[in-house]
Design a protein around this ligand. Structure first.
Ligand code: ZN
Length: 319
């Protein structure tokens, strides 16, 4: 039985965490306890074993200290329940050569099947392999299926995020008012080019297209100096850029604590969103680690819930 930190609670169907809100009458020092849902803004699930290659599974088996088997939507829901996570955002992946082929249609079907748990889905399309015009057509098709974000992997798809030929694709995201998430952390998967794992081209893109909502996945390149300072400057100087905490190096509880520690030390609570990159890490680890960092109630509330709901356009779920 895993230990659940005290400020997280199940309470029947309610999942989330408590935070304390000071009442208006200070003389009574009234404190209201609220329950906020926990939102995991970065997850991947598959419908069958073919969506994740054997080669990739073997790599994960070497690197990760847990194994959830085939990460189906139902397995994720089970993990969410265990950790007290109410909502998750699912991301497709159009990187078959690197080992992941999670179709947009599958993600769209899954969020329709479990709308109470999966509150947003990101499409994925490789603009280099397919060409930008076809990528835009795929995004349009995905949008019509109900997906409301775009996930790109510059290392596996082999492009620089500020390559001007991709700007029509980004402009489509602006038109739809949907975010684009970039994986730029070094990834030990087939065919990646490490020269594309930098924050600077994303900072350039954020400068060129200030209306584009950008998610720097995995807390940037590395959750440690000097890269973490590039991330901080990009987040603080660009209104339109946010980060998610998922899959920090090393991919252990120690790595999670390190990432959360940097959020606290650099005061990045306004720009950070709770994300686990499931199936890379179980949500319960994150929930346990959150308790160990000296976050204020306001920081917890933003990181675990409200930043993400605003970012993905689901303010309707804010309590
Ligand atoms: Zn991911």
């Amino acid at each position: 039985m895993e230990q659940v930190p005290t400020f997280f609670s199940y309470f029947g169907v309610k999942r989330g965490f408590f935070f304390k809100r000071e009442g208006k009458d200070e003389s009574k020092r009234e404190v209201l306890e609220m329950i906020q849902p926990i939102v995991d803004v970065h997850c991947h699930v598959v419908g069958n074993e073919k969506m994740m290659s054997q080669e990739l599974r073997a790599i994960f088996a070497k690197l990760l200290s847990w194994d959830c088997g085939t990460p189906t939507p139902e397995v994720l829901i089970e993990q969410m329940d265990k950790a007290g996570v109410q909502f998750a955002v699912l991301q497709a992946y159009d990187i078959k050569e690197a080992g992941m082929d999670i179709p947009n249609a599958f993600v769209a079907e899954t969020i329709k099947k479990y709308p109470d748990r999966f509150i947003c889905g990101y499409a994925s399309t490789d603009p280099i392999k397919r060409g930008v015009r076809n990528a835009i057509a795929m995004l349009q098709e995905a949008y019509e299926m109900g997906l409301r974000g775009l996930k790109l992997h510059p290392l596996a798809m082999q492009f620089s995020p500020n390559d001007k030929k991709l700007y029509p694709l980004y402009k489509k995201c602006i038109e739809y008012n949907i975010p684009v998430g970039f994986h730029i952390q070094p990834a030990p998967i087939p065919g990646v080019r490490l020269k594309f794992c930098n924050i600077v081209p994303i900072d350039e893109l954020a400068h060129d297209l200030p209306e584009l909502k950008i998610q720097i996945c995995h807390f940037g390149k590395y959750p440690m100096p000097p890269d973490v300072f590039d991330l901080m400057c990009c987040l603080m100087s660009k209104r339109n850029v946010f980060t998610d905490t998922s899959a920090p190096m090393p991919m252990t509880k120690e790595g999670i604590l390190n990432t959360l520690g940097w959020i606290k030390k650099l005061n990045l609570g306004d720009k950070s969103m709770f994300g686990t990159d499931f199936p890379i890490q179980p949500q319960s680890w994150w929930v346990e680690c959150m308790e160990k960092v000296d976050f204020t109630e306001g920081e917890k509330s933003k990181i675990m819930c409200s930043n993400a709901l605003k970012f993905i356009g689901r303010e309707d779920l804010l309590q």
